[in-house]
Design a protein around this ligand. Structure first.
Ligand code: PLP
Length: 386
């Protein structure tokens, strides 16, 4: 199998698996207990918190572990919205956010908040100046993702951070696709809240974290005990958190070398596809993009058909479309780029990872042109364009 869907999820790194297994074999204590087996676990939890904090250049007390990236997004947005309602009810975000942010904003709209969804340019970048212009006296939160999960475009977070700070407005970024892959420094980015998730960086599923800058006013997300400084009650998912800590430690050590290696393979893939298959375009920014993401639209063929045919060759990719049982809707991100629905339907995402090899990229460059030629020969889309 050739796995090229690392923006969806990553395999567990062996060192992460080993650390989690060892932890589970040796420890079962509740970190809130005062006797030694509990205290030991509490210390292990603190170590993981320190590792995550160091990676983001944050303070240990500013890291809250969550059940996922989705939960971190919900926590940040609802938490700030409800704690700052007396100041205003306006939130600014973008049209290309992950559903974890968009659906949270839709929920808040139904509760009386007002949300501005800023458009993006043809490369998927939001203009900081448009963020500035959207601010009103009622704005309490800006939420812009650091990098998009479908097209890989990296957003100008530091510029938006400056604008948010000048205006005294809280700024959240969804960094689920960036932590462990590109440098993330909360002060340089000027963010007050930042979401991350372990399973995008070779850690386990079902665990994430939210960075909350000291002094940020937000409501607790889960009510109950005093865990996570009373902000997210419930006994901690310690094995998951241990895995997250180890994953952050490894990716941080390997980041610059790995980014260089993967960028080379990604560029080879992009250039190969654009060179070998006519009527193909790259989606997302040509250079300002995640090192591992290549998203292309290949005219006259449907993304789903390419995906299924690649699957028959043992190659795992994904489309930009959200498939439901009967209807395939074009992705909201593709539509936000201004692609006509037919082109939006013909997108295909390759996301490379730590174990992707050059031979695998060569295999894709051999297989996909043949698949596209076969599909185009049968394509009603091509016939109707002639
Ligand atoms: N935000 C982004 C940008 C993502 O890519 C994802 C996962 O696909 C999430 C949030 C949700 O993270 P999780 O799967 O941990 O809930």
């Amino acid at each position: 199998m050739i796995y090229l869907d690392n923006n969806a999820t990553t395999p567990l790194a062996p060192q992460v698996r080993e650390k989690m297994s060892l932890f589970m074999e040796r420890h079962f204590g509740n970190p809130s207990s005062l006797y030694p087996i509990g205290r030991e676990v509490k210390e292990i939890l603190t170590e993981a918190r320190d590792t995550v904090a160091r990676a983001l250049r944050a303070n240990r007390t500013e890291i809250i572990f969550t059940g996922s990236g989705t939960e971190a997004d919900n926590f940040a947005i609802k938490g700030v919205a409800y704690a700052n309602e007396s100041k205003g009810n306006h939130i600014i975000t973008t049209t290309i956010e992950h559903h974890a942010v968009l659906e949270t904003c839709h929920f808040l709209e139904a509760k009386g908040f007002r949300v501005t969804y800023l458009p993006v340019d043809e490369y998927g970048r939001v203009a900081p100046e448009e963020v500035r212009q959207a601010i009103t006296s009622k704005t309490i939160l800006i939420s812009v993702m650091q990098a998009n999960n479908e097209i890989g475009t990296i957003e100008p977070i530091a510029e938006i951070g400056k604008i948010a700070r000048e205006a005294g407005i809280y700024f959240h970024t969804d960094a689920v696709q960036t932590v462990g892959h590109i440098p993330v420094n909360v002060d340089e980015l000027g963010v007050d809240l930042l979401s991350m998730s372990a399973h995008k960086l070779y850690g386990p599923k079902g665990v994430g974290a939210l960075y909350i800058r000291k002094g940020t006013k937000l409501l607790p997300f889960v009510h109950g005990g005093e865990q996570e400084r009373g902000r997210r009650a419930s006994t901690e998912n310690v094995p998951g958190i241990v895995g997250l800590g180890k994953a952050v430690e490894i990716t941080r050590q390997e980041m610059s070398e790995e980014a260089e290696r993967v960028t080379y393979l990604r560029n080879k893939l992009i250039n190969g596809l654009l060179g070998k298959i006519d009527h193909t375009r790259l989606n997302g920014h040509p250079t300002n993009r995640l090192p591992n993401n290549a998203n292309v639209s290949i005219a006259f063929v449907e993304g789903e058909s390419m995906c299924l045919n690649l699957d028959l060759e043992g190659i795992c990719t994904s489309t930009g479309s959200a498939c439901s049982s009967a209807i395939t809707e074009p992705s909201h991100v593709m539509l936000a780029l201004g692609l006509p629905p037919l082109e939006a339907h013909s997108s295909l995402r390759f996301s490379l990872g730590k174990w992707t090899t050059e031979e695998e990229i060569d295999r894709v460059l051999e297989a996909l042109p043949q698949i596209v030629a076969k599909l185009r020969a049968m394509s009603p889309l091509l016939k109707s364009s002639r």
